[in-house]
Design a protein around this ligand. Structure first.
Ligand code: PLP
Length: 392
């Protein structure tokens, strides 16, 4: 029998991501893929995870296969709290909620805080899937002037003073899509301005550990003690995204409220993968894993920048990523990466047009490039193809 689905009005604001659409198309074509948002699977520690999973399913199968607490597996919460504490953010386990991916962390925070019409401040450009979350709760996103050193502190302070601002969302280190990192001296200024305005900051530290240059940044929350920061972090980029293990940390009363929402959403994060991640972490594997990812991704980043300089100097400009997975390329005014995309796919290279990452419009001449997911040997050829598509 035919039936008509009468969707809620807010569903009109939930748009399919152009990236997901593109990934579907690319699955059927053999192209050099600079489009994806994926880490390089060669970096997944599959053998160690296999062993950790076998141990968990042998020694703790009752816990691993049973329902668990909404807040998450207690030893993993303790591990995250201890790790944040060593990074300058004193944290107790009660201040940590384990979530099914930091995407869910962003969603829970947005759902807990946003009323229709509220303002959310972001960088420009910002992470597309977070923008989609804010739109789904009918918030209005106001981007703040951003440069290679992250949010402009004066522009941020002025934006924070506007009425109706619910929170400011930022990726302080190696952001998606530009790779920019908030400069050390700007961090404290930002947190002071947010505190003065009474506006919390949602810091998405997804790429914190993927640093290729010297001078490893800490979490934003470490820049000012007692700052009003909710931090989301994830094991997706440093272990593997398919595990769906991530966390939100902040004041204990806020975490308790978010845990209620987490329960309403999916009861709790996966019992098995939380334990596998915890075993992996407590066996001390993470530092070597991060070091090996950094070495591999640094080599690719350098190869990519070298190829861009050789092939595209004078035709485009690009951001410099000290870490992370992405950089943003800017073509000459009037050139449209969206219009060029089918030509690029025919030429055998794919990218994501940057415009959707600009919440207030603009960015039409930009392209997001993932420099970690292609094989090292594909980078030069992929950039050469891109240069052919862009033209003289
Ligand atoms: C900035 C940023 N935040 C959050 C996520 C979501 O990661 P996950 O849900 O796997 O933790 C991503 C994934 O690409 C990201 O780029």
């Amino acid at each position: 029998m035919e039936w008509e689905t009468r969707y809620a009005g807010r569903m009109g604001r939930v748009k399919s991501s152009p990236i997901m659409e593109l990934i579907r198309v690319l699955a059927e074509r053999r192209v050099i893929n600079f489009a994806s948002g994926l880490p390089d699977p060669a970096g997944f520690p599959a053998k160690t995870l296999r062993e950790a999973a076998a141990e968990v399913l042998t020694e703790d199968w009752r816990g691993a296969l049973q329902y668990g607490e909404a807040e998450g597996y207690r030893p993993l919460r303790e591990w995250v709290a201890a790790d944040l504490t060593t990074r300058g953010v004193p944290t107790r386990a009660e201040q940590v909620l384990i979530v099914s991916g930091s995407q869910q962390g962003i969603d829970l925070v947005a759902r807990a805080l946003l009323e229709p019409g509220d303002l959310v401040l972001t960088e420009e450009p910002s992470y597309l899937a977070a923008l989609q979350v804010f739109a789904s709760y009918e918030a209005t996103v106001r981007p703040i002037l951003t440069d290679g050193e992250g949010l402009d502190p004066d522009a941020a302070a002025a934006a924070l003073r506007q009425p109706g601002v619910k929170f400011l969302y930022t990726m302080p280190s190696h952001q998606n899509p530009s790779g920019a990192t908030l400069a050390p001296e700007r961090r404290r200024l930002l947190l002071e301005a947010a505190a003065a305005a009474g506006v919390p900051v949602l810091a998405d530290e997804a790429y914190l550990h993927l640093r290729y240059d010297p001078g490893e940044p800490g979490p934003l929350a470490a820049a000012a003690p007692g700052a009003h920061v909710l931090t989301v972090g994830t094991f997706s980029k440093v272990i593997a995204p398919g595990l769906r293990v991530a966390w939100v940390a902040g004041p204990a009363p806020v975490i308790a409220r978010l845990a209620l929402l987490k329960q309403v959403t999916d009861l709790h994060a996966n019992s098995l993968t939380q334990r596998v991640v915890h075993r992996y972490l407590s066996a001390g594997h993470l530092p070597a894993q991060v070091a090996s990812l950094r070495a591999a991704y640094r080599t690719k980043r350098d190869a990519f920048l070298h190829a861009l300089t050789r092939q595209l100097a004078g035709k485009a400009t690009w951001t410099y990523p000290a870490g992370g997975m992405f950089l943003l390329l800017r073509l000459s005014p009037g050139q449209s990466p969206t219009a060029l995309l089918s030509k690029a796919v025919d030429e055998g290279v794919a990218y994501v047009p940057g415009a959707p990452f600009f919440p207030a419009g603009g960015g039409e001449e930009t392209i997001r490039l993932n420099f970690v997911s292609p094989a090292l040997g594909e980078i030069d050829e992929g950039v050469a193809r891109l240069a052919r598509v862009i033209g003289p």
